[in-house]
Design a binder for this molecule. Structure first.
Ligand code: NAD
Length: 352
C-alpha cells in the first residue's frame, strides 16, 4: 500500500513509520513540518530506504497538501500531525487550534479533492485514518472505562482541539462520504519520546540526579500503552477498520503517576545503580489546572473485531524503555540540551 503519514517525525509517528517501512514493506510518504517535537533522527533506520520518502511541509498549507496527494497518490492517509503537550496548550493554545483544528480541516479538504477524482476501484480502497486521543472523553471519576460511546467532554485546550478535529473527521465522512476511520488511544510511552513528557523526563532527570517533579499528589491515573503496540493497532485499523467507526486503543495498564515514577526509579536503580535510591529525588509540585483524574480504555472493539492485542504490559514495556534511553544518548542528549525543561501550563488568574 501507499501510505501518507502526517507527523511521522514525532514520537508515535516515527514508531509507525518504522513499522510500516521495515515490517509492513509499504510505500510511505512522511509529511511533517518539523516543529520542536519533530526529529528526523528518530527515522535513521528508514532513511535511505527505497520505500520511504520525507516531505517537509505544514498540514495547514492547502497547496502543499494538494500537491502531496496528487504526486504520491496514497491508498491511505494516517493523520498524526498535531500539537500534543497539554501544558503547552494551557500556556499558549493558538498553535493547537491552528494545527489540530485548521490543519485537520485542510488535510480533510485536500484528501476529499484527491479522493473525488479517483476511479471506482481505487476510490473504494481509499481510507483516511484520523489518529486521536482518549483525552477527548474527559476525566473518569469512578471505575468505568472509556468506550467508543462515551460522550466527549474535553478538559484542556489540547483535548478540546483534538475533540474538534475528531468531529471534523466524522462530519467529512457523514456529509461528503470521505472514508474516514477514527482511533482514540490512551497515553503512550517508549523509545524516541520527547523529554518534556512524564516518562522520558523522569528517566533522564533520574539519570542526571535531578529532581523528579510529580504534579499534585501523583494520584492521577493513566492507562499506559507501549508505542509499538499502538503502531501495530494503527496499521490494522487503517487496513481493516470499518468506515465511519471509532476504535479505542489501550493497554489495560492503569497506573498512578506516582507509581510510574517510582517504577522508573526502581528499574534504573537496578540497571544503573547510583549512590542513593532515585525515588529520593521525587518532588511534589503544583498540580496542572484542570488535571483529569483518570483515563482508562476499553479496547474490546479493536480486540474482538481486528484481533489486536497489546504485546507489552507496563512492566516489560517500561524496562525496554529505560534500557533504550540508557543505550541511546546520541538521540536524547541534543534534544535535552535544546529543551529548557521550564515548567509550563500554570495559570495565574489573579487581577494585577
Ligand atoms: N503521545 C500520546 O500519548 C498520544 C496518545 C494518543 C493519541 N496521540 C495522538 O497521536 C498523534 C501523535 O502524537 P505524538 O505524541 O507522536 O506527537 P508528537 O508531539 O511527538 O509529534 C507530533 C509531530 O507532528 C508534527 N507537526 C506538528 N504540527 C504540524 C503541522 N502543522 N504540520 C505538519 N506536521 C506537524 C511535529 O513536527 C511532530 O513530528 C497526535 O495526533 C496525538 O494527538 C498521542
Amino acid at each position: 500500500m501507499r501510505l501518507l503519514v502526517t507527523g511521522g517525525a514525532g514520537f508515535i509517528g516515527s514508531a509507525l513509520v518504522r513499522y510500516l517501512v521495515l515490517e509492513g514493506g509499504h510505500e510511505v510518504l512522511n509529511v511533517d513540518a518539523l516543529t520542536y517535537a519533530g526529529c528526523l533522527a528518530s527515522l535513521r533506520e528508514v532513511d535511505g530506504r527505497p520505500n520511504y520518502r520525507f516531505l517537509h511541509a505544514n498540514i495547514c498549507n492547502r497547496e502543499a497538501m494538494g500537491r502531496a496527494f496528487a504526486e504520491f497518490q496514497p491508498d491511505r492517509v494516517m493523520h498524526l500531525a498535531a500539537e500534543t503537550h497539554v501544558d503547552r496548550s494551557i500556556t499558549g493554545a493558538a498553535d493547537f487550534i491552528q494545527t489540530n483544528v485548521v490543519g485537520t480541516f485542510t488535510l480533510l479538504e485536500a484528501a476529499r479533492e484527491y479522493w473525488s477524482t479517483l476511479k471506482a476501484g481505487t476510490k473504494n480502497r481509499f481510507r483516511f485514518l484520523h489518529v486521536s486521543t482518549d483525552e477527548v472523553y474527559g476525566s473518569l471519576e469512578d471505575e468505568r472505562l472509556f468506550t467508543e460511546q462515551t460522550p466527549y467532554d474535553p478538559s484542556s485546550p489540547y483535548s478540546a482541539s483534538k475533540a474538534s478535529s475528531d468531529h471534523l473527521a466524522k462530519a467529512w465522512q457523514r456529509t461528503y462520504g470521505l472514508p474516514v476511520v477514527v482511533s482514540n488511544c490512551s497515553n503512550n510511552y517508549g523509545p524516541y519520546h520527547f523529554p518534556e513528557k512524564l516518562i522520558p523526563l523522569t528517566i533522564l532527570n533520574a539519570l542526571a540526579g535531578e529532581r523528579l517533579p510529580v504534579y499534585g499528589k501523583g494520584e492521577n491515573v493513566r492507562d499506559w500503552l507501549y508505542v509499538e503496540d499502538h503502531a501495530r493497532a494503527l496499521a490494522l485499523i487503517a487496513e481493516r477498520g470499518r468506515i465511519g467507526e471509532t476504535y479505542n486503543v489501550g493497554g489495560r495498564n492503569e497506573r498512578r503517576n506516582i507509581d510510574v515514577v517510582k517504577t522508573i526509579c526502581a528499574v534504573l536503580d537496578e540497571l544503573f545503580p547510583a549512590n542513593r535510591p532515585r525515588d529520593e529525588l521525587i518532588e511534589f509540585v503544583t498540580d496542572r489546572p484542570g488535571h483529569d483524574a483518570r483515563y482508562a480504555i476499553d479496547a474490546s472493539r479493536l480486540e474482538d473485531e481486528l484481533g489486536w492485542r497489546a504485546q507489552e504490559d507496563f512492566g516489560s514495556g517500561i524496562r525496554k524503555t529505560v534500557e533504550w534511553y540508557l543505550g541511546n544518548e546520541w538521540w536524547w542528549r541534543p534534544l535535552r540540551e535544546r529543551y529548557s525543561g521550564q515548567r509550563l501550563g500554570l495559570v495565574n488568574n489573579a487581577a494585577d
